[in-house]
Design a protein around this ligand. Structure first.
Ligand code: PLP
Length: 427
């Protein structure tokens, strides 16, 4: 970046003026405090802010329901039966996939289970699964229960990766050598694209290649990656992936999830799969036959008819991502936000704070995982005081404050204000 930063408020104003995405903030409703004052909302990594267009899209579906009743399934451009198809292209663009490889359905953990039914096929010889030691609990539970369901024992089959001595983040060569070491006993690798606690971006392409080299499959949980960093799932040859849409994709609380299956596998009828009526051929579905004829895309993993109100919300937020120029455009603003926050933290707080997020831009997205190291200052107390001062961020045990400036609605002034409030609490 050629932009020179300084510590003045004018610098933040200059950056906001020069920001090509600055007008998108007005399309969101940023949470407020009890007096109606807008918060410094830096927790889009946990629940993205509300795009106002959601109100419109949901109201349209309520009106269609009121007016058409059951006919709404088949009436007009927004007919509910194929409604999920409206989300496919924009979502495929976000994760770097072909349309046939992506479907919006269910929720993250449900999709992980459905995909592991297909892709975790342990044998007495090849049964191990590599996850990270600090995996999000839902991922750990999902994998452990899949291992047990197949009659294997997590004590034998679950391999957990830990950072090497003293480090907070995983070392690339440690990950790759753990995969090579597991060798022909390894059935599957299931790792995050972006680690939820540290914000570390894992080398998804290299992990996939290493897994394939020993005959295993590679799956990713993209909860903190989708909508945060550009992804190229198809090109990286990833086998499968699952993600949620309420974090960086602003799809709303409990919003509908996403699933990816590589085109190599999409038509493979030998893969075990749990079936439902939404996975069978669309043109004969309503003839109500009992012979399953899979849709020739990842849609054949669908079970149920789609949650239209949640999808109407997501359609609004995906339209905004598309309008903003897609992930490359969001990422280029975000790199500037991240660099500016790095600069201000260093200039204003120096060694009183440390970040366990990797410093290298290739290994991080929007999120910072900050630890307060100033003498006699309690990180948890700082987190509470930040909240009182109007900063929305979050706390993760044992000692991390997570903040994520996001490109669609956070300003450079947000970043400036956050650092000054934090400085007031720590120094
Ligand atoms: C947010 C998150 C989840 C949440 O799973 P749901 O099924 O959407 O409740 C799971 N795993 C990771 C890594 C997450 O960050």
């Amino acid at each position: 970046m050629s932009i020179e930063f300084d510590t003045s408020a004018e610098c933040a104003a200059r950056l906001d003026d020069a920001d090509p995405l600055r007008d998108f903030r007005s399309r969101f409703e940023i949470p407020t405090d009890s007096e109606g004052k807008t918060k410094i909302y830096l927790v889009g990594n946990s629940l993205g802010a509300l795009p106002s267009l959601v109100r419109h899209n949901v109201a349209v579906e309520l009106d269609r329901w009121a007016r058409y009743g059951v006919e709404g399934h088949f009436t007009g451009d927004l007919a509910w039966e194929p409604y999920h198809e409206l989300l496919t292209e924009p979502m495929a663009a976000i994760v770097g996939a072909k349309a046939e490889e992506v479907v919006v359905m269910n929720s993250l953990t449900v999709n992980l289970h459905l995909l592991m039914i297909s892709f975790y096929r342990p044998t007495p010889k090849r049964h191990k699964v590599i996850i990270e030691d600090h995996a999000f609990p839902s991922d750990h539970f999902a994998v452990e229960s899949q291992i047990r369901q197949r009659g294997f024992d997590p004590a034998e089959s679950l391999v957990t990766l830990e950072p090497s001595d003293g480090a907070e983040t995983l070392d690339r060569s440690d990950i790759l050598s753990a995969i090579a070491d597991a060798g022909d006993e390894l059935a599957m690798v299931l790792l995050p694209g972006v680690q939820y606690y540290t914000g570390q971006v894992l080398p998804m392409e290299a992990i996939t290649r290493a897994a394939h080299a020993v005959g295993a499959v590679a799956g990713f949980d993209l909860a903190h990656a989708a909508g945060n960093i550009p992804l190229r799932l198809h090109h990286w040859d990833v086998d499968f992936a699952s993600w949620c849409t309420y974090k960086y994709l602003n799809g709303g609380p409990g919003g509908v999830g996403g699933a990816f299956v590589h085109s190599r596998h999409v038509g493979d009828q030998t893969l075990p799969k749990l079936l439902g009526w939404w996975g069978t051929r669309k043109d004969t579905r309503f003839e109500m036959g009992t012979e399953f004829e899979p849709i020739p895309t990842v849609e054949s993993w669908q079970l149920s008819n789609a949650p239209i109100l949640a999808m109407a919300a997501l359609r609004a937020s995906l339209d905004i991502v598309t309008e903003a120029g897609g992930m490359d455009s969001l990422r280029s603003k975000n790199e500037l936000q991240v660099t500016y926050l790095d600069f201000l933290l260093d200039a204003e707080l120096g060694s009183q704070i440390s970040s366990i997020t990797p410093a290298d831009m290739d290994e991080r997205g929007a999120q910072f995982a900050l630890s307060i190291v100033a003498d006699g200052v309690d990180g948890r107390e700082v987190y509470h005081r930040l909240g009182e001062a109007g900063v929305a961020c979050d706390w993760r045990y044992p000692n991390v404050i997570r903040v994520a400036p996001v490109p669609l609605y956070n300003t450079f002034r947000d970043i400036y204000d956050f650092v000054h409030i934090l400085k007031g609490l720590v120094t």
